[in-house]
Design a protein around this ligand. Structure first.
Ligand code: MG
Length: 369
């Protein structure tokens, strides 16, 4: 007898505005979390019903159990039926149907649903009603002691749930339990979890991000040699001085350290890797263009800059008068407030190469959420 995890990745995340299953979420994705949940909680193999948009991420999943992919349907019910057929289960097998968007469901809830299906034919993760419930059409309060909220996983004997779906045809049902109750028999409700909520709205997404929030901090350091015949540009501001920083780009050491801190916090490598200094397209390029590109990469990862702090180490010239403009530049390029940017300058009291006026260095710290 095998336990087949049926993972549903249907829906087009319309209410989110982006693919909620494949977008990074706390160091993983909802899809990867749900696949790991099922494969570590008693499922011997997985069948995943995917949309074209989600298929590449599903193909790239690294799970300890075999995975089969099938096309999702235009409704949740159609996706379940497609997946059950693709599963080719045998009588006596258990099908564990789970919405991938409930990626924080607990292993206990999955195991309880499987145990329910083994013992009674069905096990549907559910929660008691904590709130009072009112039928607005009849203006009647309902007896909440008789009510439960169903979640997923919903586990059943394979042949029963397949038969329920085949008999249902085009009849709509809110979930698998509803069809089971209609065509097969009484449903066994097993304990779900409040963390088994479904990622549906942007509010859910924000809550999920906060619940798996891990501070992301990056540091950056850069040095460039001071040379004749170059402009001195720091924080995107041209600063009158007899020398400038020698580099393939504009030599903006302040922005270079800052970009490395941002990339470090996002685990995206460093600027040398992103913008190779052998590449002619970056010759004398404004580092602000590169900073905006880094900001783009962060947005792709759904990361937000909380705060950045940069210290520039230079004996001369005096930099403080130019920092208000540099702060405005950085805030604009990163799409954050000026109060989220801190710039400082220090000398090394004549010591080291900075102190002797041979170079200017910068170090940065960035915090992302
Ligand atoms: Mg540099």
């Amino acid at each position: 007898m095998s336990v087949i995890g049926i993972l549903l990745c249907g829906g087009n995340s319309q209410r989110m505005g982006f693919n909620k299953l494949t977008t990074p979420l706390g160091g993983s994705t909802a899809l990867a979390r749900s696949a790991a949940l099922l494969s570590h909680s008693g499922c011997d193999r997985l069948v995943i019903a995917v949309t074209p948009d989600t298929r590449p991420a599903a193909e790239a999943l690294d799970t300890p159990v075999p995975v089969t992919l099938c096309d999702g349907g235009s409704t949740r019910g159609q996706s379940v039926l497609n997946a059950l057929r693709a599963a080719q289960g045998k009588p006596g097998d258990i099908a564990v149907i789970h919405d991938a968007a409930r990626c924080f469901q607990t292993a206990e809830a999955v195991r309880a649903a499987i145990a329910g299906a083994r013992e009674t034919g069905s096990g549907v993760a559910s929660l008691p009603m904590a709130d009072s419930v009112f039928d607005t059409s009849t203006q009647t309060p309902l007896d909440r002691s008789k009510l439960v909220r169903t979640q997923t996983p919903q586990a059943f004997r394979f042949e029963d749930i397949l038969s329920a779906y085949e008999r249902a045809g085009d009849q709509a049902a809110t979930d698998d339990a509803a069809l089971y109750a209609r065509f097969i028999g009484p449903v066994t409700f097993t304990p779900g979890s409040t963390t088994g909520y479904k990622l549906t709205t942007r509010e859910d997404w924000a809550f999920a991000q906060a619940s798996c929030f891990r501070p992301r901090t990056g540091t950056g350091f850069d040095t460039h040699v001071l040379g004749e015949g170059r402009k001195l540009i720091l924080g995107g501001v041209e600063i009158p001085f007899e020398k400038g920083l020698v580099a393939h780009s504009d030599g903006d050491v302040l922005l270079h350290a800052l970009m490395d801190a941002l990339l470090g916090a996002a685990s995206l490598g460093d600027i040398g890797h992103l913008f190779p200094d052998k590449d002619p397209q970056y010759e004398n390029i404004s580092s602000r263009v590169l900073l905006r590109e880094v900001a783009c990469r962060l947005r792709e990862q759904r990361l937000t800059v909380a705060h950045v702090d940069v210290t520039v180490i230079a004996e001369r010239p005096k930099l403080a008068p130019y920092f208000p403009q540099a702060i405005r530049n950085i805030a604009e390029d990163l799409g954050i407030g000026e109060d989220q940017v801190s710039l400082k300058a220090t000398t090394t009291e004549g010591m080291n190469d900075e102190g002797r006026g041979l170079c200017i260095s910068a170090q940065a710290v960035a915090n992302l959420v």
